[in-house]
Ligand binder design. Sequence first.
Ligand SMILES: NC(=O)c1ccc[n+]([C@@H]2O[C@H](COP(=O)([O-])OP(=O)(O)OC[C@H]3O[C@@H](n4cnc5c(N)ncnc54)[C@H](OP(=O)(O)O)[C@@H]3O)[C@@H](O)[C@H]2O)c1
Length: 251
Amino acid sequence: MLDLFNLAGRTALVTGANTGLGQGIALALAAAGADIVVAGRSPADDTAAQVRALGRRFLDVRADLSSTAPVRDVVAAAVNLNGRLDIVVNNAGIIRRADSVDVDEADWDAVIDTNLKSVFFLSQAAARHMAAHGGGKIVNIASLLSFQGGIRVPAYAASKSAIAGLTRALANEWAAQGINVNAIAPGYFDTNNTAALRADPVREPAILARIPAGRWGQPGDLAGAAVFLASRASDYVHGVVLPVDGGWLAR
Ligand SMILES: NC(=O)c1ccc[n+]([C@@H]2O[C@H](COP(=O)([O-])OP(=O)(O)OC[C@H]3O[C@@H](n4cnc5c(N)ncnc54)[C@H](OP(=O)(O)O)[C@@H]3O)[C@@H](O)[C@H]2O)c1
């Protein structure tokens, strides 16, 4: 049974994996056996050291995913590591907080371009390869704001709600080609993305009090869901958005 979750011989691309949830996911996939390619703006030296310590191959590709310009080269570099690309985790993302009446167009575009547009075109480039090589797994990182509106983050909520729709749209089209497209919706996790919330003396206790599990998530809390959606164990799972949120949405 456990062999269903074994990723030995697979190559996984994780975007934005120098820190936070992407790093946690990259380490989980490596622990399950996958070689790891990361793509992002910043060097991922800490991730590299931990992946290599697990005995896996590692490649760090410099790419600014606020535009779609690098996506084909990122996929080509990932394929080049082992001659195949089996898993893509679209994790890189940004959040910009402001009252909706004050949001400017540059911030709106930055969030939508990074969190949504690049995810689609990177997935498209990966799917062209996967479809020609027997299939693969695409895992998008959604959010509680794929289901809820959030506070002072209209572009982020729009981008993550669109990720839920995109996940279903791509799953419908690509399931027949052996490509599973699914998403994980993390709850409130302790990363750079939520530093402002955790430093807010009003919002932090209010958020914590609403989490049934009684604590913020840590990147390792996504390990099981990420390995599941990246492995043969999820071969008949298509188009789901799986919350990993300490029970937040059940409240
Ligand atoms: N933390 C949470 O509670 C939470 C909840 C739900 C969903 N999420 C989502 O989880 C994902 C990871 O976020 P996180 O919490 O781990 O936040 P984080 O620590 O800020 O990490 C974000 C990652 O995305 C990368 N990134 C940002 N802009 C990029 C760009 N233009 N090109 C390439 N890489 C870029 C960052 O690297 P650089 O900035 O160094 O380029 C970093 O590696 C995001 O999609 C986020 O929306 C987070």
